[in-house]
Design a protein around this ligand. Structure first.
Ligand code: SF4
Ligand code: SF4
Ligand code: FES
Length: 250
């Protein structure tokens, strides 16, 4: 996440005026745009999800007085600024090609076939500058143009589908849908088979966890919370061969 887009300005005043679709509200200066909207009385039923910069539902366009630039960011990650004019962009009508990934082939030409407008990219880099996830969007679009599925998939991996790059693109590309095509192709046809995932899927299919699930469904909510809190969690810095002390649930 970009510091310039998400870090709070130096706060030396408790409240700042913001303008939501032209209407002024005075809100605490420490709030994110999302919290400021709620403080102002808006009930957010669209354009909100995780509240943590992950779901991409809260794309927002804003402008600061005295600055010619239109800025974009995630409402849940961007702190309000004095005089900010805000319009939330909860959905952007981007092109999304419908296809069955079983029929799609991992061939370099596929991006051109499904999204021929990809060739309209003029290399302006506006998409990269718009991205709240600091993804090099232009670079993954370039990789897709070259038919490099792996690179397009890897570079776009952190995309939260907020649509802000698409909203700003002068070439009218749907970058994030191109990125997800790359990742779907990569996951299905290019990435190495993950043996541990296959084994786990087989165990689930064989009913290995049915009894465990029935036991969990029978306990009270309070006990369920205790079980959850006491579960063994893999440490963040564990080695590849980490395994839980008890193999009962493997
Ligand atoms: S904003 Fe559009 S035209 Fe500009 S570099 Fe990105 S994809 Fe290409
Ligand atoms: S690549 Fe586009 S859709 Fe994805 S997070 Fe960045 S701006 Fe949002
Ligand atoms: S609410 Fe999910 S990214 Fe902002």
């Amino acid at each position: 996440m970009s510091d310039t887009k998400t870090s709070a300005p130096i706060i030396n005043e408790p409240f700042v005026p913001i303008f939501v679709m032209g209407e002024r509200f005075d809100v605490p200066a420490s709030l994110t745009i999302q919290k400021a909207l709620e403080y102002a009385g808006y009930q957010l039923v669209r354009g909100v999800g995780c509240r943590g910069g992950i779901c991409g539902a809260c794309g927002t366009v804003y402008r600061i007085p005295g600055d010619h630039a239109i800025k974009v960011g995630l409402a849940c990650q961007t702190v309000v600024e004095r005089g900010m004019h805000i319009a939330v962009l909860p959905f952007f009508p981007a092109k999304r090609r419908v296809y069955n990934i079983r029929d799609a082939r991992p061939e370099p030409q596929i991006f051109m076939d499904y999204y021929p407008e990809i060739m309209r990219c003029m290399g302006c880099n506006t998409c990269t500058k718009s991205c709240p996830m600091d993804i090099n969007v232009m670079e993954y679009v370039s990789a897709a143009i070259r038919g490099d599925i792996e690179k397009a998939a890897t570079l776009s991996f952190d995309c939260v589908m907020c649509g802000l790059c698409t909203a700003r693109c002068p070439g009218e590309l749907s970058q994030y849908n191109i990125g997800i095509l790359a990742r779907r192709l990569y996951g299905r046809y290019v990435a190495h088979d993950a043996a541990h995932v296959r084994e786990m899927v087989e165990r689930v299919a064989q009913g290995r966890y049915v009894e465990d699930l029935h036991q969990l469904m029978a306990v009270s909510m309070e006990d369920l919370k205790k079980i959850y809190m006491q579960r063994e969690v893999e440490p963040e810095m564990s080695l590849d061969d980490w395994a839980p002390k008890s193999p009962d649930h493997l």
